[in-house]
Design a protein around this ligand. Structure first.
Ligand code: 13P
Length: 243
């Protein structure tokens, strides 16, 4: 079974102009020089990929995209292909984030096609899943996430090229998190449905205060961090809570 090294990934979402994005990337790279027990990844907006990539050069911090189109190229105004992400220095791409499932009406079939596109370009796909508050309150969280996995993961998934991020929609940007028992139950349910050795990240209001407790759970292989990834000290504090 491949070792599941923890990964702390920062999803900057639609934040960062050139000056502050580059300063943030430099801040993360500088702190990471001191050594750390996890893998680190930052996913800036497309406009910052080149400059953040340059700021991270020579560090152990990887670069990723936040989304992609499924096609390799063509008449898709405003879209970015996985080949373009690879060309820009990315090794990973986030697909199926709930903000895209909700605001861009992305379906499981779309996420599946994007995951295939990630693999076509040689990228690791970080596939996001998670239930809404009403789905959890109705006792349907595992059923919903299982259906998302079944619809979003293509044939041929492998631990080397797939990471699953469990992000309960109601925990994103709210300061709320599931109980550690609920995170463990969900991650175990996900694990039973994906290839052995595949990493499962938890995402949703991870911060320097709660990171140690969440990252200590044996089923949690890292974190996908939104708001707290926009501050180098906070992101680094989360990374230091690994392992
Ligand atoms: P927050 O950490 O801001 O809750 O966002 C989580 C997230 O959506 C990461 O993809």
């Amino acid at each position: 079974m491949p070792e599941r090294k923890q990964l702390v990934a920062g999803n900057w979402k639609m934040n960062g102009l050139r000056a502050d994005g580059v300063a943030l990337a430099r801040g993360v790279a500088e702190r990471a020089r001191g050594g750390h027990r996890c893998e680190l990844l930052v996913c800036p907006p497309f406009t910052l990929l080149a400059e953040v990539g340059a700021a991270l050069a020579g560090s152990f911090v990887a670069l990723g995209g936040q989304d992609c189109h499924a096609a390799p190229k063509g008449a898709f105004t405003g879209c970015i292909s996985t080949e373009m992400l690879k060309d820009a220095g990315c090794g990973h791409v986030i697909v199926g984030h709930s903000e895209r499932r909700q605001t861009c009406a992305e379906s499981d079939a779309d996420v599946r096609a994007k995951t295939q596109a990630a693999w076509r370009a040689g990228l690791v796909a970080i596939v996001c899943v998670g239930e809404t508050r009403s789905e959890r309150e109705a006792g349907r969280a595992i059923e919903i996430v299982a259906a998302q996995l079944a619809g979003s993961l293509p044939e041929g998934a492998a631990a080397e090229t797939l990471i699953v991020a469990y992000e309960p929609v109601w925990a994103i940007g709210t300061g709320l998190t599931p109980t550690t028992a609920d995170i463990t139950d969900m991650h175990a349910a996900i694990r039973s449905r994906i290839p052995t050795g595949t990493r499962i990240l938890y995402g949703g209001s991870v911060n320097p205060k709660n990171a140690a407790e969440i990252l200590a759970l044996p089923e949690v292989d890292g974190a996908l961090v939104g708001g707290a990834s926009l501050n180098a000290d906070d992101f680094w504090a989360i990374a230091r809570a690994c392992g």
